[in-house]
Design a protein around this ligand. Structure first.
Ligand code: ADP
Length: 449
């Protein structure tokens, strides 16, 4: 059998057929036996009336046919038997049907002889003189019936098998047809049987979901495209400004418009603009690497002593703090987190650098590390110029600066906090910002422990 479905239907059919067949045989057999016993009973009654009337000699003239007639005396001695010589027969006083007949007037028994294929049914009736007349008949059992009808039985069973095979294969074809003809992209729940409808409905729902997801992806793609285009435009613009300056200064120098004493001033301008270009390009590279997520391939996550890392960043910034007359301090608990050391260093550096850059002379920057509810919190607090409420949402966008010229003055690119945002996302960490214009800023970096 080719497929599972056909096999199962076939098994179901053949089981039902065989069970029905056996049941019919059994019922027929029971019915036949009951009829036989009834017939035996009638004969015994008839014979007993005749013997009561005419004496036992009457039995000699009876044609017994397939039945066997026996006359038994009240003590069990066999007086007459239609098939055997009574003298050679044993005493029948222990026979069930005899005992019943003596006691109740009539008795009945069944005995299997030779094998289970053959059965003898006896019916005994007590006569007026307390002798017992017994009629016996051999009866075929259901097994005998089957054995004797072997060829028709085999034929019937073969027919059943054939019918089951045909039924199974036809049914499985009918069941499979709508499934095989189903168009998974356009499932149709009309012209299909009820059991399949939930499946079709699920398929339709799934198709809708896929369609929806495709749409979402397309929209996402468009959005990403727009962001990328905007970024490219921004980058070009940002790079153009220092390049225009450099090219302008160089042109003036080349054409000899600059007096000897001013040359160093122009050279310094070119140097500063070139430095600015370098910083810009570096920041753009860092950001694009973070956005692509390639950092993970270059840098393994390890256990990092966040306090030690913050202290080393403050060390690097101490000169800049001194220059700007800012007091810079770092303290707290030694907390370890799992992270990428270079990215974390970049994050802390950018925030501390901002706190120094956007500050007043004589101001402070305080870095504090502590634990709170399964979080390692690094707080960077300054009493600098603060961020206006309206800009607080946007400062993490690329190239966003509250005050463009001031940022430029202090060497900002507008990319520092974007780098922070992406780096924090790679650490599954959160940024909290509190700032008030003119009063200062407090940034909390919350790392899961
Ligand atoms: P930039 O390179 O200009 O510093 P950032 O992305 O680091 O760019 O910061 C974006 C803007 O957010 C800055 O231009 C500045 O206006 C504002 N900003 C960031 N940190 C502070 C701070 N501690 N105090 C005041 N303003 C800040």
């Amino acid at each position: 059998m080719r497929n599972e479905l056909t096999k199962r239907i076939f098994l179901a059919c053949i089981t039902v057929f065989l069970m029905t067949f056996s049941l019919i045989l059994y019922v027929m057999n029971t019915y036949l036996m009951q009829r036989n016993v009834a017939e035996l009973h009638d004969r015994a009654i008839l014979l007993s009336s005749a013997v009561n009337e005419y004496g036992w000699e009457f039995l000699c003239s009876v044609q017994s046919g397939t039945a066997r007639i026996t006359l038994i005396d009240y003590d069990g001695t066999v007086l007459f038997d239609s098939k055997l010589n009574p003298d050679k027969m044993e005493n029948h006083s222990q026979r069930e049907e005899f005992q019943e007949a003596i006691q109740y007037g009539e008795g009945e028994s069944e005995r299997y002889s030779d094998s289970i294929l053959k059965k003898t049914v006896n019916y005994a009736v007590r006569l007026d003189n307390y002798q017992v007349i017994r009629v016996s008949m051999n009866q075929d059992t259901v097994f005998r019936l089957v054995v004797s009808m072997l060829s028709p039985v085999i034929l019937i069973v073969l027919l059943m098998i054939l019918l089951s095979v045909v039924l199974a294969s036809e049914s499985s074809k009918k069941i499979m047809k709508p499934i095989n003809q189903l168009d998974p992209e356009n499932p149709d729940d009309r012209n299909i049987y009820d059991e399949m409808k939930p499946f079709i409905r699920r398929l339709i729902a799934q198709n809708q979901q896929i369609q929806h997801q495709i749409q979402q992806l397309q929209e996402e793609h468009k959005k990403q495209d727009a962001i990328r285009r905007e970024f490219t435009a921004n980058v070009s613009h940002e790079l153009k400004t220092p390049l225009t300056s450099i090219s302008g200064f160089a042109e003036i120098l080349r054409d000899g418009y600059v007096q000897e004493k001013d040359v160093s001033h122009f050279a310094d301008n070119i140097y500063k603009e070139a430095q600015r270009l370098m910083t810009l390009v570096n920041d753009i590279l860092k950001l694009s690497r973070l956005e692509d997520g390639v950092t993970e391939m270059y840098e393994d996550r390890t256990s990092i002593n966040l306090l030690a890392l913050s202290k080393s960043v403050c060390e690097r910034l101490s000169l800049s703090a001194q220059k700007n007359n800012i007091s810079l301090s770092c303290q707290g608990e030694a907390v370890h987190i799992i992270g990428m050391p270079h990215i974390l260093e970049e994050i802390i550096y950018n925030i501390c650098d901002n706190a120094i850059k956007y500050n007043h002379s004589g101001g402070f920057v305080r870095v504090t590390l502590y634990r709170s509810d399964n979080l390692a919190i690094l707080r960077i607090e300054d009493n600098g110029i603060g961020i206006p409420e309206a800009d607080q949402e946007r400062i993490f966008e690329r190239f966003y600066r509250v005050n463009k010229s001031h940022s430029k003055e202090v060497g900002g690119t507008g990319l520092g906090l974007s780098i922070v945002k992406h780096g924090m996302a790679l650490h599954y960490a959160r940024i909290e910002l509190d700032s008030e214009e003119g009063k200062g800023t407090c940034i909390r970096l919350c790392f899961p422990l």
